[in-house]
Design a protein. Structure first.
Length: 223
């Protein structure tokens, strides 16, 4: 009889311990499931990503010489050879045209618009008229030009209207005047114009900034 009572007591105790374990496990699961979302690891939202500060592209612009117009002649690569006649003391004006092209509009960011489109960035244009005769001192002139101004709203319009991978392009002009003296009579005259002469604008293509028209234009100076 005593043995039976002992066995029953052991069974009751074991059942009690099992019940406590089940309740404890259930409570632990519930506690894990009710951890506040603010304490769980979450990925950044779209709005948070939009507020991340983004740097502009290192290279954005491509400056490219286009043509020179002087005394009704259009001087450009592939346009053939030209000859103009100038008298001593006659002022000649060279209209130098160039292009300014952005990177593909699909790659332009808001940071690019804020920095590269500020309209405050300048570059220097150099114009030189000289001769192969070393006794003649060349005339060298400089002018500052500004890169175009645009906004992020402009960029979004370009991205809708310009077919990928197209760029936005502007054409501008800068003029230089030259008055030959008697020393230029019968001299072989050279003309050169150079965009961003000081290399202050990091460009996507640096090889198209200079135009030397020795083989494109002959200038004959007469008394």
């Amino acid at each position: 009889m005593k043995k039976r009572i002992i066995v029953i007591a052991i069974c009751v105790a074991f059942s009690f311990l099992v019940s406590i374990g089940v309740v404890s496990t259930s409570f632990s699961k519930q506690a894990v499931q009710t951890v506040p979302k603010s304490q769980q690891q979450q990925s950044p939202t779209v709005q948070e990503k939009e507020h991340v500060v983004q740097a502009p592209n290192d290279k954005f612009w491509d400056l490219e010489v286009d043509r020179i117009e002087v005394k009704g002649q259009v001087i450009k690569k592939g346009g053939g050879h030209h000859t103009i006649h100038v008298k001593v003391g006659e002022t000649v004006t060279f209209h130098c045209y160039y292009k300014m092209k952005t990177i593909p509009v699909r790659d332009i960011t808001k940071a690019d618009a804020n920095y590269w489109g500020s309209g405050n960035l300048q570059f220097k244009v150099r114009f030189r008229v000289g001769s192969t005769t070393y006794s003649i001192e060349p005339k060298i002139s400089y002018k500052n030009k500004n890169l175009p101004h645009f906004t992020w709203e402009d960029v979004k319009k370009w991205q809708r209207s310009i077919r990928s991978p197209g760029s936005k392009t502007w054409t501008d002009e800068v003029s230089f005047s030259w008055t030959p003296g008697a020393e230029y009579v019968e001299a072989y005259i050279t003309v050169e114009y150079y965009l961003d002469y000081d290399h202050v604008i990091p460009e996507t293509h640096e090889g198209n900034n200079i135009m030397s028209i020795m083989s494109l234009l002959t200038i004959i100076v007469t008394p």
